[in-house]
Design a protein around this ligand. Structure first.
Ligand SMILES: [Zn+2]
Length: 143
């Protein structure tokens, strides 16, 4: 567990938190729309690891393929480095924990023969959708 967030001491940090939803982001919605338009059907926001609350953003159950669309902010993207300046240490710990959990999720899914596709928000919806479509296509050929 990470200790509670210190009182927001800057308008910027709390503004950023409000402006950065953790799910159903415009990025996620755009990717879902494009993948759907390509004729692929999937489940949304499904728990993929039994006994946990860990959810994948797009799930292809028959293909055993889980897609995670990782927001650069919440998942602590090392490329974008969006860590708030205020309470930076606290945020770094939180984002590090999120990343560790992501890696653990990937490992555990791989162990039960799922394919994991994890895509950073900064690649953009069109490129992300293509990655998903390609991954499903390859997976279906392989299975
Ligand atoms: Zn990023």
């Amino acid at each position: 567990m990470v200790e509670p967030l210190p009182t927001p001491s800057s308008a910027f940090a709390s503004e950023r938190m409000r402006a950065t939803p953790s799910r159903d982001t415009r990025f996620e919605l755009a990717v879902r729309r494009l993948v759907h338009a390509a004729g692929l059907r999937y489940r949304i926001d499904r728990v993929v690891l039994p006994g946990t609350r860990r959810r994948a953003d797009l799930v292809f159950p028959r293909d055993r393929l889980a897609v995670f669309l990782d927001g650069c902010y919440w998942h602590g993207c090392p490329t974008c480095e969006l860590t708030p300046k205020t309470n930076a240490e606290w945020w770094k710990r939180k984002f590090t924990r999120n990343r560790e959990r992501d890696v653990d999720t990937d490992t555990r899914l791989t162990e039960i023969d799922w394919e994991v596709v994890r895509i950073w928000e900064h690649v953009g919806p069109a490129a992300a959708a293509q990655i998903v479509i390609d991954a499903v296509t390859v997976r279906r050929r392989a299975l």
